[in-house]
Design a protein around this ligand. Sequence first.
Ligand code: ATP
Length: 195
Amino acid sequence: MLKVGLTGGIGSGKSIVAKAFEMLGVPVYVSDIEAKRLMNTSSDVRKKLTARFGEDVYSLKGDLNRKRLADIVFNDSKALSDINSIVHPAVREDFKVWSDKHAHLSYVIQESAILFDTGLYRNFDKIITVSAEEEIRIQRVMKRDSSSRELVQKRIANQLPDVERIQKSDFVIYNNNELILPQIVLIDKEIRSIG
Ligand code: ATP
């Protein structure tokens, strides 16, 4: 079974592309969602987060107190990288367990916006980048999240440029005005022929 990474900048359309692969029968592990789940359910993650940030990052009910954590990140420049160094290894491990359950398939996909930023890309046999022009991405995210242009631009500036992601990828899906399904069907066919 091949492990395929799916990445792309904010607003490029990773989620839509992931849904299309799922429609073709490919299991997709969405890193963001699973990271949030693990922060609530993994006792190891919980232990490490409370050791670093204090017991009150979890509510009395035991749910992660996102507001408290966001406040900590806002005031402590090292906090985000510390959270990442606790959560990222847990996600990596969880993805391994998850993908082992699909060992009979020709491939599975892990979706992550920060595949190249974290070194995670080394774990994959093939990498797909979703690419769209910056202005289109800005407009999409402003609409989706009701955010300001400045905020979206800042988030884009914090990510790798599209061109770098494309250089390091095996496949690129262009999601400006072109149809994405024919591109996805072709890539799916090619990966199945290797896997
Ligand atoms: P993020 O990194 O923020 O999670 P993403 O890469 O997953 O972003 P999506 O959420 O899939 O991006 O897409 C961003 C927004 O743009 C969504 O509201 C989505 O519905 C819309 N969108 C994506 N592709 C298209 C398209 N081809 N035409 C119109 N709208 C689109």
